[in-house]
Design a protein around this ligand. Structure first.
Ligand code: ZN
Ligand code: ZN
Length: 455
């Protein structure tokens, strides 16, 4: 269900999520009765995600002694007051409802009932400007820029009103040739230093988008979150990613993180060429030392040229022939295989960094499928999966989907199911799936199979 208004398309899902987020984030000390809370909680059930979730046991804290003198009651919890060293004893009195958070009601021994929301990690914005609020702008293509400008104005205004926030912003930028003493002086006085604000925002402002939730909203924006600003960048091998919901920034890991390991995020991934990344990273004052940048810096001019030639040959001569024609000729397949082998050999020392061949291999797989050799198609895709699964997560999701599609076409439903751990990223998958079904109309009943309506 969608409601069209003048400035935006609101997705019903988004409305529900936002409403529930407000319910859980805004007012937890509103003194509602046990019955009221239980009623409310039951109503949430209609909107919840019905899949089964498991709450894993959190590492036991061995030396934690629960001294009952240190117990705190729900009624003593206060906003902006972290009762360090105290503990809360409560029991869960409702079932868990999974929305973006896991929600449940808890009750302490005094009978106080409160709503508990479990998130991985969230951080409210220092300041956010949404595109529909940016002064004088309507939704347009250039709104990213106007939001960033507006954000600078809004942050400056906030600092005029609440100067004690100055250090939080000023810590985010160390350029400007200010000596330590000068900077300390600015911070001590909480004085408005426009240049420092502009630079802090230029380097740390984040563009909002709601793609991760597949929200149809045209709203974008720009925001500042101070703590996540400290995450460093790498073009590949990042271990966290972010996404947004309203003005909340979520950070999630994309693989297990060992104790003491630095959290690394990706602001410009390696789908951008080295030159494109470099100009962006230079602007952000980032001197990237990731494996990809190191490799690309070390590659000779000849290698770069050869790579560009091969990719050009693929895009201009092979791809149009292989993708458009109904009957793929064996000679085209040969040519494509040659190009892929050549490209891989140019990076043979770093096999997992040869991911500029993913798209080509995918085309190759579908060319084989076109001539009826689905076994070969599957083996090509599985090879791609094995080679690049750790470095190119988003493209690999498409590969997984292709594997599921082909297996389903072959009626190998058990095998297809094995690849369905991609279900974890369900909404993403649906989005990609729709793109795919549109691009490759021949591939039939996938949706039914995936949605469990299949055999
Ligand atoms: Zn890099
Ligand atoms: Zn292409």
């Amino acid at each position: 269900m969608k409601c069209i208004t003048v400035t935006r398309t609101i997705d019903a899902f988004e409305v529900v999520q936002n409403a529930i987020l407000r319910l859980t984030v805004d007012n937890f000390s509103q003194g509602k009765s046990r019955e009221q809370l239980i009623d409310e909680h039951k109503r949430l059930d209609n909107f919840c995600d019905k899949k089964k979730y498991v709450v894993h046991n959190i590492n036991k804290q061995e030396n934690l002694t629960l001294n009952f003198q240190l117990r705190i009651s729900i009624s003593n919890l206060k906003v902006n007051n972290v009762p360090t060293g105290r503990f809360l004893l409560c029991r869960v009195i409702s079932k868990f409802v999974k929305l973006f958070a896991l929600l449940a009601l808890v009750e302490d021994p005094e009978g106080n009932v409160e709503r508990l929301a479990l998130y991985n990690w969230t951080k409210e914005a220092f300041k956010v400007v949404f595109s529909n609020e940016a002064f004088g702008t309507m939704i347009s293509n250039t709104l990213g820029d106007s939001c960033a400008e507006e954000l600078t104005t809004c942050v400056t205004r906030k600092l005029f009103e609440e100067p004690y926030y100055c250090p939080e912003v000023y810590q985010l930028y160390n350029g400007l040739n200010l000596s330590r003493n000068e900077k300390n002086e600015i911070i001590r006085k909480n004085s408005i230093h426009i240049e420092l604000i502009i630079q802090a925002l230029m380097h740390n402002g984040v563009g909002l988008n709601y793609d991760k939730f597949n929200l149809k909203t045209k709203i974008t924006g720009s925001g500042l979150w101070t703590l996540p600003s400290f995450l460093n960048h790498a073009c590949i091998d990042e271990n966290v990613y972010n996404f947004f919901l309203g003005d909340l920034l979520f950070i999630r890991t994309n693989r297990p993180i060992s104790k003491g390991e630095e959290l690394i995020i990706n602001y410009r991934d390696a789908t951008f060429s080295y030159e494109e990344r470099l100009s962006y990273l230079k602007y952000m004052n980032i001197d990237c030392q990731c494996r990809m940048c190191k490799l690309e810096r070390s590659e000779s001019q000849e290698i770069k040229l050869r790579m560009a030639q091969l990719l050009k040959a693929y895009h201009e001569s092979i791809f149009p022939k292989v993708s458009k024609s109904h009957r793929v000729e064996p000679s085209h397949i040969k040519e494509l295989e040659y190009i892929i082998a050549e490209l891989r050999s140019l990076r043979k020392e770093h096999p997992d960094l040869g991911f500029n061949t993913i798209e080509l291999s995918n085309t190759l797989a579908f060319a084989y499928l076109g001539i009826g050799n689905s076994k070969k198609a599957l083996s090509i895709l599985k090879e791609v999966y094995d080679l690049y699964k750790t470095v190119r997560e988003s493209e690999i999701r498409i590969i997984i989907l292709d594997i599921i599609i082909i297996n389903s076409k072959l009626k190998l439903f058990e095998e297809a199911k094995k690849w369905e751990f991609a279900r974890q990223v369900w909404s993403e998958l649906c989005r990609v799936m729709h793109e795919h079904v549109i691009k490759r109309p021949a591939l039939g009943n996938l949706e039914n199979v995936l949605l469990g309506n299949g055999p």
